[in-house]
Design a protein. Sequence first.
Length: 168
Amino acid sequence: MRRSTSITIAAMFAALYAVITILETTLGGPITFGPIQVRVSDALLPLAMVFGLPSAVGAFIGTVLANSYTGLGLIDIIFGSIANLVACVLSAKFSRGNPIIATLYPVVVVTAVVGSYLPIYFQGVPQWLLYAGVAGGEIIACIVLGLPLLLAIRRYWGRTGKMEQRRE
């Protein structure tokens, strides 16, 4: 993949993730940053299977921007962004072209990481409820919304689903 293509993909994912999350926060309120989190923007995370590591970098930058906007704090900015980066890298490198696996990595990673630090912000809410809230939101975002999006984009780039293999 050419450097200009990689930069464009990273910028596109950063902008999309940040704008969608900030719009969700503005319109939907605490559902994107509360004990129960449904972020429509997380539907972009499994797309790393097709767009590769540049999309992971873009999702990381977009998460830093979006989480800075919300005001939850430095822990959320750092660890939420790293969780999305790790989830995207796993989807890009280890999904083996399987869209189901690509959608499961973000669900598992984001639930484990974000669910672990949410008690800092939501004291008194049971830990299991925080994990369940994040997991439920990730299932909605990554599987219910992200899987059809991933399949449609993958169809465009052919059976392998790798963008760099498409030739015009």
